[in-house]
Design a protein around this ligand. Structure first.
Ligand SMILES: *Cc1c(COP(=O)(O)O)cnc(C)c1O
Length: 400
């Protein structure tokens, strides 16, 4: 990875101020480009939503608004409030997630959000009672735990015993009960197979199986139309820099072919994308405070660790890493440095779990330089252990 020039310039300015550098830098240009591109190439009927749990920062919501994303996929009342504050009308919100509280469901109904994605029979009954009391009808999708999974994915949401949705094989029993709830308006299916998928064919396989499921439902229940089909998120990014970027055009072409094969023109298809839209719009930048040799391997200690960037530890991976060289004077003769070697990067926390990168090859790094971790715009600060050890919260600097 190369540090983008505007990120590097910002870091040099921050370093010149004399404070320890430890921050996220955001530039949402790429996110806006991606939303516009997807909107252009996807088949008619496909609507692109930003799944804001990837990064709930106002800059990312503003980018989604500016790029004309169809709306925001929320998973809590807190996210709903942030999306509305960013300028999204509640009618542009769609709501997924197991365990929505009565308060959250009431907010959704009262404010007229577009669709609530039902995760269980309990939730269907709870939402129906709330809508009935409010004198409203709520559009819903039914989330299904499909009977397959995508093996190469980082995280799977379907297949096996899962807390998401209702098992596919229970549909015949559960669907009629949901259809009988008169304050719910059944609009279709939500099947989110997996996250972080780079292989387009795997995701298209998911689409095909979901289309098959819709067809089966419409055969078994002739009064039902699955007018909206939600494929969830899942477009991956190439964390390993292995030249295997997700190919959205191939996905669009494959989906178009499937839509034609099934005769599903005129239907609506939701994509709820988080990682793919947000990842390359953010960098976690943290100053190297110490470098030591420990039994033949260099240990690099940075100002921020899993308290600010937990993902590499949580998923046992390395993110792309670049070093911004500041050429600061050594504190003493014989100070350790890194030259063309594979090293360990950790943070300041008093736990062995505090890993930022392991066995990562570095050309050159010295104490006082800044480690820049790429693809940190998605699932960065938002899924980190911010309170752990009570370090100061990193700044989030928005360039664009
Ligand atoms: C997390 C999540 C997404 C976004 O997933 P990505 O892999 O980041 O695209 C979309 N929909 C739901 C329901 C989610 O939980």
């Amino acid at each position: 990875m190369k540090t983008p020039l505007n990120v590097e310039t910002t870091l040099r300015e921050l370093a010149a101020s004399g404070n320890t550098v430890n921050c996220y830098i955001y530039d949402t240009t790429e996110m806006r480009t991606k939303i516009a591109h997807l909107t252009e190439i996807m088949p008619a009927g496909v609507e692109v939503f930003y799944a804001m749990k990837a990064n709930p920062h106002a800059a990312f919501l503003a980018a989604a608004l500016k790029a004309d994303a169809k709306g925001i996929e929320i998973a809590s009342l807190g996210e709903a409030e942030k999306a509305v504050a960013a300028g999204f009308d509640p009618s542009r919100l769609i709501y997924t997630g197991p365990g929505k509280s009565p308060e959250e469901l009431s907010w959704a109904v009262e404010n007229g959000i577009r669709t609530v994605h039902i995760e269980s029979l309990t939730e269907a009954h709870r939402l129906n009672a709330i809508a009935e009391r409010a004198g409203k009808t709520q559009d819903v999708l039914l989330r299904i735990n499909a009977d397959f999974d995508i093996h190469e994915a980082q995280t799977t949401f379907s297949g096996g015993s899962k807390k998401f949705g209702v098992d596919e094989e229970k549909l015949a029993d559960i669907l009629p009960q949901i259809l009988a709830l008169t304050s719910l308006n059944f609009r279709g299916l939500h099947v989110y197979a997996a996250s972080g998928v780079l292989n387009v064919d795997d995701l298209l396989k998911n689409c095909e199986l979901v289309f098959g499921m819709a067809r089966q439902i419409e055969t078994d229940f002739p009064a039902v139309l699955c007018d909206i089909i939600d494929f969830g998120g899942g477009f991956g990014v190439d964390y390993l820099e292995s030249d295997h970027d997700f190919n959205p055009q191939a996905y669009a072409d494959g989906l178009q072919a499937l839509i034609e094969r099934y005769g599903y023109q005129g239907r609506t298809f939701f994509l709820e994308l988080g990682r793919y839209l947000a990842a390359d719009s953010g960098w976690f930048c943290t100053e190297i405070l110490d470098i030591k040799d420990s039994r033949g391997k260099k240990q690099v200690i940075c100002a921020g660790g899993i308290n600010h960037f937990r993902r590499p530890a949580a998923l046992a991976i390395n993110h792309p890493l670049a070093i911004v060289k500041l050429n600061r004077p050594a504190l003493f003769d014989g100070q350790e440095s890194i030259r063309k070697e594979a090293v360990y990067f950790g943070g300041p926390l008093c736990t062995g779990a505090d890993k930022l990168a392991n066995n990562v090859y570095v050309e050159s790094a010295d104490i006082g330089d800044i480690g820049v971790f790429g693809l940190a715009g998605a699932y960065g600060l938002t899924m980190s252990n911010m309170e752990f050890l009570s370090h100061e919260r990193p700044d989030e600097i928005v360039l664009s």
